[in-house]
Design a protein. Structure first.
Length: 185
């Protein structure tokens, strides 16, 4: 009598590419019974049982069920890869937009810095012109009653009274000279 070849559950599930719990459910639903059970409970199945399980999960409906519940479909992987590629592309576009916006803002800052530097130069020139104008006003006749201190004029009180009639300037002119230079304009 020839000895029939038997297979353990581990050998069957390895060839079928399934989990132990999947094999147990399949065996219960198909009424598969082990051909041999050892003393410690190790079960052995026939070649026909093994081929039935492997065929079902490698080629038949078991494969579709397995893909349905385990999400190991190739299509699912392709969808994920496509989604990730799309996200990478969107991130690249967003990065390019940010770099472009950064360049624009940097250029605007350079222009503003130049404008500020120009405004400082103009303010410096205006102060120098003001000082020069004050100094020229002092040189005018009757301009000696003003002193220039750091670009500003201060009135100097003469010992002579303003009511003095022998003054060369009319009273209205003396009032005008006590004003600051920009008040003339």
């Amino acid at each position: 009598m020839s000895k029939e070849q038997v297979y353990t559950i581990n050998e069957i599930i390895k060839d079928a590419g399934i989990a132990r719990s999947t094999f147990d459910k399949f065996a219960d639903s198909r009424n598969l019974r082990p051909v041999k059970i050892e003393k410690r409970g190790k079960k052995f199945y026939s070649l026909a049982d093994k081929e039935l399980v492997v065929k079902h999960y490698k080629q038949g409906e078991g494969r579709k069920e397995k893909e349905k519940y385990t999400n190991h479909k190739e299509e699912r992987h392709d969808e994920v890869v496509d989604l990730l590629k799309e996200q990478v592309q969107q991130l690249k576009q967003a990065n390019e937009q940010l770099v472009h916006d950064n360049d624009i803002l940097t250029d605007q800052l350079k222009v503003k810095d130049e404008q500020i530097a120009s405004a400082h130069k103009l303010a410096d020139q205006a102060q120098k012109l003001h000082l020069g104008l004050e100094q020229r006003m002092q040189m005018l006749p009757g301009g000696s009653d003003k002193d220039v201190v750091d670009g500003e004029t201060t009135n100097v009180i003469n010992s002579s009274s303003p009511e003095k009639k022998d003054s060369k300037e009319p009273t209205g002119t003396k009032k005008a000279t006590s004003k600051r230079w920009w008040q003339f304009w």
